[in-house]
Write a protein that binds this ligand. Structure first.
Ligand code: AP5
Length: 243
């Protein structure tokens, strides 16, 4: 039944078996700096999905000084993950939000097996399913090079000092705001984040592979090549669903 909607909650397993595939429920997975945010920006132009970026939400909470921000800040500054009990409820609420009814693009969640299990249970409760997990891969040396050169503007536009510089030095092309380096993009914190990724997040690759959801992308290709590949994969998934 492409295009139709499902009841949001179900007590039985019925909705599970008929879960709507034309509803795109996607996860972007990959090490820090693999290009998840870069691809998310492009994918939002292709598909009208609710974009749920945990890192952006947490940084906004820190900037606003909310309770979530206060709980998250020290972990983020160190390059550690924010504890599961702090983050899971916040993200599941967003997945249940009205704007995510027809699909979502999760960037930065889940990051632990515990988070993945919580998401799976929540989606089952809602009679929904994941469509695919898009894994963007890049080796550690490339990530260190990328993150050390990353600069961001107030509006969140991401640049790289060498291969995606702004037109005017240190100023955003869109809003003219000064470009800054994220606190966690300092070399020692990048190494910590990579270590955390390999220990706590990489096990999700096997987790989603076993469930037949994993799609791999070579993140060392140019942003346009990665985007073309991701877009073609999503189009194929939709076609398969409609057959
Ligand atoms: P978050 O903001 O999610 O950071 P991350 O996953 O480490 O990812 P990044 O934003 O650093 O990288 P990206 O893959 O989006 O790369 P980008 O496109 O910018 O999380 C930050 C922190 O929040 C975590 O450390 C943790 O503390 C906390 N947190 C978040 N989620 C959590 C959760 N679920 N549980 C617990 N804690 C959580 O690209 C990087 C650079 O490379 C840019 O300069 C870009 O221009 C360049 N680039 C991109 N693509 C290419 C390409 N193909 N070729 C060349 N350069 C490229």
């Amino acid at each position: 039944m492409p295009g139709s909607r499902f009841p949001r909650r179900t007590e039985s397993g019925l909705a599970d078996s008929i879960a709507l595939m034309s509803e795109l429920n996607l996860i972007l997975l990959g090490p820090p700096g693999a290009g998840k945010g870069t691809q998310a920006e492009r994918l939002q132009e292709d598909f009208p999905l609710a974009y749920i970026a945990t890192g952006d939400m947490l940084r906004a909470a820190v900037a606003e000084g909310t309770e979530l921000g206060r709980k998250a800040k020290e972990h983020m500054d160190r390059g550690d993950l924010v504890p599961d009990d702090v983050i899971i409820g916040v993200i599941l609420d967003r997945v249940e939000g009205d704007d995510a009814r027809d699909g979502f693009l999760l960037d930065g969640f889940p990051r632990t097996i515990g988070q993945a299990e919580a998401l799976e249970a929540e989606l089952r409760k809602l009679g929904r399913k994941l469509t695919a997990v898009l894994l963007i891969e890049a080796p550690d040396e490339e990530i260190i090079r990328r993150l050390s050169g990353r600069r961001v503007s107030k509006s969140g536009r991401v640049y790289h000092v060498d291969h995606d510089p702004p037109k005017h030095a240190d100023r955003c092309d869109i809003d003219g705001s000064p470009l800054v380096q994220r606190k966690d993009d300092k070399p020692e914190t990048i190494r910590k984040r990579l270590d955390v990724y390999h220990r706590q997040t990489a096990p999700l690759v096997a987790y989603y592979d076993e469930r037949g959801l994993l799609r791999r992308f070579d993140g060392t290709r140019s942003p346009t090549e990665v985007h073309d590949h991701v877009r073609a994969t999503i189009a194929t998934l939709r076609l398969e669903d409609e057959l």
